[in-house]
Design a protein around this ligand. Sequence first.
Ligand SMILES: Nc1ncnc2c1ncn2[C@@H]1O[C@H](COP(=O)(O)OP(=O)(O)O)[C@@H](O)[C@H]1O
Ligand SMILES: O=C(O)[C@@H](O)C(=O)COP(=O)(O)O
Length: 428
Amino acid sequence: MLIGVIADDFTGGSDIANTLAKGVPPAGGLRTAQYPGVPTTPADPAIEAGVISLKSRSAQAAEAVADSLVALNWLLAQGCEQIIFKYCSTFDSTDEGNIGPVADALAAALDVAGVVVCPAFPTAGRTVYQGHLFVFDRLLSESGMQNHPLTPMTDPDLRRVLARQSAGEIGLVAWPTVAAGSVAIRDALDRIAAEGQTFAVVDAISDADLMQIGLALDGVPLLTGGSGIALGLPGNFIRAGKAKGGAGPVQPVSGPGAILAGSCSGATRGQVDQHLADHPGLAIDVPAVMEGRVTAADLVAFITANAARAPLVYSSGAPEQVTEMQRRFGREQVAASLDALFADTARELIAQGYRRIVVAGGETSGAVAQAVTQALRVDAMRIGPEIDPGVPILSLNKDQPVLLALKSGNFGAPDFFAKALRMMEGPL
Ligand SMILES: Nc1ncnc2c1ncn2[C@@H]1O[C@H](COP(=O)(O)OP(=O)(O)O)[C@@H](O)[C@H]1O
Ligand SMILES: O=C(O)[C@@H](O)C(=O)COP(=O)(O)O
């Protein structure tokens, strides 16, 4: 294993695994696996990039740090030369963390400074300019992310956001330097490191910028960012003759499939609306869940009654509904109950022979993917074709493979749900 990724949630893990597996022509991508949590056994030696998905975005900061360091040690033990801390392209975090505390701990463990901080993902509209994060033509704080149920983002200035969470000093590599190319970027990072600054927010407004940043990062032990930061990295290892790349195809799957949506992000709510126009859907009654009147058995009953028609069950609600539920029942309690509901539903669907499951939402995906991988006793997921930018098909490789899609809340075209289930039937 050459590149090791510590992803702070499962959809983020899928997103960067997709980037590493796909690569950029002519070099192509690496043989990549995504792991649900830190594996307890050594990796398959054929794997060149390993992505450990944690649930550290929403955990307490101390737990996020501890889990990330365990992941780091496992990745180093597999031989990784380069470690990436993957967080959200919308920098999802709070003043307590967890991006700052985890990045501080990784930089200290590897004894490095001038560590890149770059959440840019231009394909999904996320760009960084003069240290400020944009989502398409809006600053992060006006993009809808200010209403996120768990990590509302109200400040678009990445240096200021990170400074509230991190003990380290933070520099900036502004776009004119990035536009000057990889040598200028590397010089700027070296200068920032020599000045003793732990982090360097790096601007990027296009994939071409990210490719130059990737070249500048050849041989750098630690970097942090969204999935875009990985764009230029496979090429470094392939050109050096260290990696072969080229993963085999994944096997398509037919039979019943289902869609589980726990994300309240704008893109997911649009996808829910579009899907309901011509498919069956069940809106989860959140107060009834909190009071024990609706359980996984109810969701499974709805899904099985509509098995052939791409059924959707969803808790996705508008910001004012989310606020009201959190006020009545508590933020953590609602999140924990809905996570458990989706996990129990997925476990039962697997028991009943469902082999295609599409999930929307980072927290929701974490809960579902953990339940499914535990039920099937698999500890690695292979990366299949991309459904929409940042969302690949994942194959849990058994004699009878199970295919998953873990969609970040804000990713995917309006027809994502039906398209994902259809693509899984092949040809892949
Ligand atoms: N109707 C609702 N009311 C309150 N909270 C909700 C509701 N539906 C989902 N949630 C919670 O909102 C969070 C959504 O997070 P997540 O699954 O990561 O989605 P995203 O990828 O859009 O951020 C989860 O913790 C989930 O439990
Ligand atoms: O970087 C991204 O935007 C995604 O990979 C990601 O992390 C998404 O998180 P959720 O929106 O919570 O699914």
